[in-house]
Design a protein around this ligand. Structure first.
Ligand code: PLP
Length: 371
């Protein structure tokens, strides 16, 4: 038997489902596509999709075709959108696994059509348009050409048109309204085909730009309990963080003033200090940028990281916390007593965003699920 790690990511599926319900309400009449790429932003793609499908979610989004096939094999029967393209040699998987392609280039359409003819299937294609993100997608003539190709190529039909906002996390962004205007024009280019699904809103669009909801919204970060702009607050009637990350104290030691701590001695004690050694390091997704900056919860209080975060270990200052001993729980993300550390707090200390913190912790640790 392989023993467990000291460190555990806990995924609260009840919180996930509560966030889904809240976003479902915000989305109004729009369909809610649940983004489960990046292994569900570190929360487990299959586990999250399974829990969401049970509570009524019927559309999922992933980045690569590989993820879509894994979801299908895990028993997800809902629609699955592969958002960022595919190796054209794999086109038949869209038929055999019933995956929805999002397309931005003519060669992909050729490959899909050939596969659809071979399998005697019709494939509904979504076209990706660039309304200002300058990432994947076409515009102008590119869109006309793709739409015409879908119309002429055998066994393909146009099922939808999609775009993506660069700044919808900023509720006051004028660029989001500019993107929307461009999207409206592009919708006109493909209008007249029955049943088209138009979708552009991410979490920011869903929360802050109701006008952008259209036929479907694609929520990622908000499902996992975080606001896209990094609002570091948790309210009872708001989104609930789904992930927590805990470990336990390996060793406690007393050191005098003037002692260097960890590699390079970047911290020197200024008083008689009690240090707790934790089995968490950058290998576990706990960034080295948290050296001398991060805080963890022990005994319901905050304890500061002292010195550099190592590959598998780090030290925290527990001088002001009574009676800490080996085996005590330490919370790196989540609640303990009345204290809470959010992914936004960790992200701010590392100059990044909650998305990256969740992926790093979630995808580098053993996960446990709370139903
Ligand atoms: C990741 C992603 C989303 C979800 O974005 P959030 O900000 O996490 O809600 C939506 N659409 C596309 C194309 C994406 O890549």
């Amino acid at each position: 038997m392989i023993p467990s790690s000291f460190n555990t990511v806990t995924v609260d599926l009840q919180a996930l489902v509560a966030n889904y319900a809240l976003l479902r309400h915000k989305a109004g009449d729009a369909v809610l596509l649940a983004m489960v790429k990046a292994d569900g932003y570190g929360h487990g793609m299959v586990e999250c999709a399974t829990a969401l499908e049970k509570c009524g979610c019927s559309v999922f989004g992933v980045a690569e075709l590989r993820e879509a096939v894994i979801l299908r094999q895990a028993g997800i029967t809902s629609a699955i959108y592969a958002m960022i393209g595919f190796d054209h040699g794999d086109a038949e998987l869209f038929c055999t696994c019933d995956i929805t392609p999002v397309v931005y280039d003519p060669d992909a359409l050729q490959a899909l059509s050939a596969a659809a003819v071979r399998w005697g299937r019709q494939i509904g294609v979504h076209l990706k348009v660039d309304t200002g993100m300058r990432r994947l997608g076409v515009e102008g003539e590119g869109l006309q050409k793709l739409a015409a190709a879908v119309d002429t190529l055998p066994n393909l039909y146009l099922a939808g048109i999609a775009s993506h906002f660069p700044s919808a996390d900023d509720a006051g962004s004028s660029s989001t309204n500019d993107c929307l205007s461009r999207f409206e024009k592009m919708k006109e280019v493909v209008a007249g085909r029955p049943g088209l699904v138009h979708h552009i809103a991410n979490s920011g669009g869903t929360l802050y730009f109701p006008r952008s909801h259209d036929d479907m919204v694609r929520c990622g970060i908000s499902l996992y309990g975080y606001y896209p702009e990094g609002r570091d607050e948790v309210a009872d009637d708001g989104l609930q963080p789904v992930m927590s990350y805990t470990t336990r104290v390996l060793q406690v030691k007393e050191v005098p003033p003037g002692c260097g701590v960890s590699y390079g001695h970047t911290y020197t004690t200024t008083r008689p200090t009690t240090l707790a050694v934790l089995p968490v390091g950058y290998e576990d997704g706990y960034s080295r940028l948290l050296s001398n900056r991060g805080e963890v919860l022990i005994g319901g209080s905050r304890a500061r990281i002292r010195g550099r975060v190592c590959m598998n270990l780090c030290m925290v200052d527990v001088t002001d916390i009574e009676g800490v001993s080996a085996g005590d729980e330490a919370v790196l993300l989540g609640c303990q007593g009345s204290e809470r550390i959010t992914a936004d707090e960790i992200a701010a200390r590392c100059n990044t965003i909650s998305y990256e913190v969740l992926c790093m912790l979630g995808n580098n640790n053993q996960r446990r699920y709370r139903e």
